[in-house]
Write a protein that binds this ligand. Sequence first.
Ligand code: CTP
Length: 410
Amino acid sequence: MESGRAARPALEGRRILLGITGSIAAYKAAVLCRLLKTAGAEVRVVMTPLAKQFITPLTMATLSKNPILVEFFDPENGAWNSHISLGEWADCLLIAPATANTLAKMRGGVADNLLLTTYLSARCPVVVAPAMDLDMYAHAATQENLRTLAGRGVEIVEPADGELASGLVGKGRMAEPEEIVAFLDALFSRTGKKKTLQGKRFVVTAGATIEAIDPVRYITNHSTGKMGYAIAGELARRGAEVELVSGRTALPTPAGVTRRDVLSADEMFEAAATAFDKADGAVMCAAVADYTPAEVSGTKLKKGEGDLCLPLRRTRDIAAHLGARKGSRMLVGFALETDHEEANAEAKLVKKNFDFVVLNSLRDAGAGFRGDTNKVTLIDRTNREELPLMSKNDVAVRIVDKIETLLAGR
Ligand code: CTP
């Protein structure tokens, strides 16, 4: 068991408030609790009244070495279980298993049991591990609830595909306790960093711009915004004030980030330039259109007999504009290349006056648009650091680490 402790250093001494709801998967909460304790975490358990039908408070009290909380007060002696102090105590509220019912109530702000009131007043990170039948999980209502919760910063440990209590096979099975513990460990490794950027303000541009041709059509690109959103989230986790100037994406706003939605390259220019005035730095992650239709037709363009030539005019280069005025501010750029990658990236570093440039080669498998992974090289005036293929969240951690190092060296 000692090896478990050594393997999860980020969990050592963490205070985990484990919420258990009424699902057959509640039996796994016993193993989960034990693994968390073994990793050196302190665990307190809040159960919903229905959860007691699936696993006994005695089991959980014995494993967590703490009394179990279910009701707002103890009917025997009237002792009050304060949801506010529970929320304050916890470094993380982990709800595992989280039923469809509890997720819906969390979304709606319903406060009809101790666990839900604790959730509503908790300021710590909240992690849910959904567990339910495959159809309940796939239902639009559940999916919408999860998306909304994720948009508010709730972390979700995806359920697995497999055999369910109903005998059906599909997605809805709660993630295994080992996976949930690994998820928490990764979360604390990321978020456990000190608030090293407290007091700093950053602008991040992300996503694709949209250049209207007429009221129906537009020019855009494949950017999903994932990389920029991950960077904005990481900067905020380290205490920075972040203004995210975002082109169109389907992503939820990262916790602690102020988001400003824009459409065109021109709108992004104005928003980023204004935000940069008050900032200590900017990370230019957006895929900005270099050209936009010279004129936007007010009415839908009708097709003619022959081909159509659409005159395009150059947009303004936001990064170059900020680079020319940056003074002592930090400016980080991206270079997405398909050939002569390093030479092109180095040229952008100088031309746009970046402190460093993040080179993405579309020739690398797993890099660039859409996916959750990226493979990048960080290039400044003296060094180049080629990173292996990693998740976009981990790439964001490395980019923000480099920002910190450069700020510290000033
Ligand atoms: N960028 C910007 N404004 C633009 C174009 C690019 O802020 N109008 C920023 C991007 O966010 C990125 C960097 O400049 O940080 C490089 O973008 P990229 O598209 O790779 O290069 P371009 O300058 O557009 O050059 P090219 O298209 O010729 O490769």
